[in-house]
Ligand binder design. Structure first.
Ligand SMILES: Cc1cc2nc3c(=O)[nH]c(=O)nc-3n(C[C@H](O)[C@H](O)[C@H](O)COP(=O)(O)OP(=O)(O)OC[C@H]3O[C@@H](n4cnc5c(N)ncnc54)[C@H](O)[C@@H]3O)c2cc1C
Length: 377
């Protein structure tokens, strides 16, 4: 049972925001180390069902097309039918997981603001009321913040523009001339799916894509993670995973490179009412522009804590924010993968247990004098 304070805020030791891979891993480790759900911690998620962001991914993203889904701690995901949509496979797996470990995720609960409670605790304001907490594990992923770059003339386009977050599957593009923007895994997957249906596809990317032959072994994985880790340690914005790892080549990609589906053009300079155009005089007519331009961390609700520094990112020490030791970001930066998110959940709980044991009294908020970088957000 949650304890009620004078202000009607329920008091817990840890609030976990988000029940995707990262949030569930954290909840599992809290539970395993003696934290009681409801009494000591709560998990809040604004999605309607279990599954994290996976529940929103397009039906043609079958489990076979997923690049290595790492299991959650304590329960393997085995025997999934590779032909089924990953949204269903992962949704069912997460649902069974929440039940097996009695994690009692509250949904749909939208966390709107996290701010100082004034007594060293944090105040978590949500669509389901207020909690005060000694620690916050933020596991809100990126799906809720699709990134749309701006190009001149974009608003004049008479066709359809959509983002990966709204991608409905390839049938919607039958007979259309489609421009796909973005050199990541989503962009290439969209192209491979759409090309057989569309009248024409064009691929544009800011930088030439880097195709990576050979297995993505542990050493390469570690090197990629270390690179992103170093960036967030310095308070820079995290890089996308593909910008670090490159695009893995398999037989399908090899064939698409050979037949021209993955011939890439540099980024256009503007959008016109009927397509896209380059300053050198080239233009391409299009019915649809599909922006596969990625996502940004969904952290708006943390803005009152002013965690962002001059580098535009949040300076991190492991999973903990450098400016506020009460706040952990899991599934962020170097841990933005299913394997990273699982590990980060454990690391955050380990750190919180140490801190709560060491500081039985509430930890005061950092003062301006202790703030090593300029807070801009
Ligand atoms: C198209 C696509 C394909 C991918 N494929 C792979 C892959 O094959 N292998 C792999 O390892 N990784 C893959 N990734 C990355 C992987 O999905 C993530 O790194 C990992 O699953 C994210 O887990 P998460 O818990 O951090 O976030 P999410 O799964 O996004 O979960 C975040 C949760 O937080 C909730 N939430 C957000 N904001 C709030 C709020 N304010 N209040 C309450 N709840 C909130 C959301 O409802 C959601 O349930 C892919 C990513 C994308 C976009």
């Amino acid at each position: 049972m949650e304890r009620q304070s004078d202000t009607d805020a329920r008091q817990v030791d840890v609030v976990v925001v988000g029940a995707g891979q990262a949030g569930l891993s954290a909840a599992y480790h809290l539970r395993r180390t003696g934290f009681e759900p409801g009494r000591d911690f709560v998990v809040l998620d604004h999605a309607p069902r279990p599954g994290g962001a996976w529940q929103f991914r397009w039906p043609s993203l079958t489990y076979a097309k997923v690049h290595g889904m790492h299991s959650l701690p304590g329960m393997e995901l085995t025997g999934a039918d590779p032909a089924r949509p990953s949204s269903q496979v992962v949704g069912e797996y997460f649902s069974a997981y929440e039940e097996a470990f009695d994690l009692r995720v509250r949904r749909p609960v939208d966390v709107r603001k996290v701010r100082e409670a004034g007594d060293g605790r944090l105040l978590v304001e949500s669509s389901d009321g207020v909690w005060t907490t000694r620690s916050l594990i933020n596991a809100t992923g990126t799906w809720d913040r699709p990134f749309w770059p701006r190009y001149p003339g974009q608003e004049t386009f008479r066709g359809r523009q959509l983002h990966t977050a709204q991608y409905p599957g390839p049938d919607a593009f039958a007979g259309k001339r489609v421009v796909v923007v973005g050199g990541g895994a989503s962009g290439t997957q969209h192209l491979l799916e759409i090309a057989p249906h569309a009248a024409e596809t064009t691929w544009v990317t800011r930088r030439p894509p880097v195709f990576r032959e050979g297995p993505f072994d542990e050493e390469r994985g570690r090197a990629a993670v270390a690179l992103v880790e170093e960036r967030v340690r310095q308070g820079l914005t995290p890089l996308s995973v593909v910008s670090v790892t490159g695009l893995a080549v398999n037989d399908t990609i090899r064939a698409a490179r050979a037949d021209g589906t993955l011939d890439r053009l540099p980024m256009f300079d503007r959008v016109t009412p009927t397509g896209v155009a380059w300053d050198d005089g080239r233009d391409i007519a299009a019915d649809v522009i599909l922006w596969a331009t990625g996502f940004r961390p969904a952290l708006d609700h943390l803005a009152p804590l002013r965690l962002r520094g001059a580098g535009g990112g949040i300076r991190m020490e492991g999973t903990r924010t450098a400016l506020d030791p009460r706040v952990h970001l899991v599934g962020y930066g170097p841990s933005a993968s299913t394997i990273g998110a699982s590990r980060a959940g454990r690391a955050a709980v380990h750190d919180i247990r140490r801190r709560l044991a060491r500081d039985p009294a509430p930890v005061p908020a950092p003062t301006a004098a202790e703030t090593p970088v300029t807070a801009v957000a």
